[in-house]
Ligand binder design. Structure first.
Ligand SMILES: [Cu+2]
Length: 166
């Protein structure tokens, strides 16, 4: 039996789609079940979960907080370009804070809890070098208001995180 190359291409693509669907579907089902369960301790499954959720871009665990230079000052901006946006989070839920840094300086995200005169650093990402990206995982156990800022530009790159009870 002789097929034209185009037919072979079609058959191969069909097989690839079937295989990809078959391999990914158990993970996708697993990921949706994990969302409903609280005390999952298997780390690799959680990693697979965030990886898959990331790929299908259907998760609300991801927060975009990019570094930008706006009117000669460094700022945090979200995906819509809002400057130093107020971030909304649920307590006890892990978020991936993704940062792109197209500027010429390094930045570092610091998260603090302010209680009267007492300031406690409760999270800090890595240094984000010029032209580099970063992903920082953060979870707030307690609801309340937090502050975030850049270690190097704390007066310009700063905002509020509102954590509500899950
Ligand atoms: Cu900065």
């Amino acid at each position: 039996m002789k097929f034209k190359p185009a037919v072979y291409g079609l058959i191969i693509s069909f097989i690839v789609v079937l295989l990809a669907g078959g391999i990914l579907s158990p993970f996708l089902i697993h990921a949706s079940q994990l969302n409903k369960r609280q005390n999952i301790s298997i780390h690799s499954i959680a990693d697979i979960k965030s990886w898959i959720l990331d790929i299908i871009s259907a998760d609300n665990h991801t927060i975009i907080l990019n570094a930008a230079e706006v009117n000669k000052a460094y700022r945090w901006v979200n995906s819509t370009g809002a400057i130093n946006p107020t971030l909304q989070m649920l307590s006890n839920k892990e978020y991936l804070i993704k940062t792109e840094n197209p500027t010429d300086e390094q930045h570092q995200l610091i998260i603090e809890k302010i209680n009267g005169n007492q300031i406690t650093e409760i999270g800090n990402g890595d240094d984000i070098l010029p032209q580099k990206n970063s992903i920082f995982k953060f979870k707030s156990i307690q609801p309340g208001e937090l502050n975030y800022h850049c270690r190097y530009h704390p007066d310009y790159m700063k905002g509020t995180i509102k954590v509500t009870q899950q």
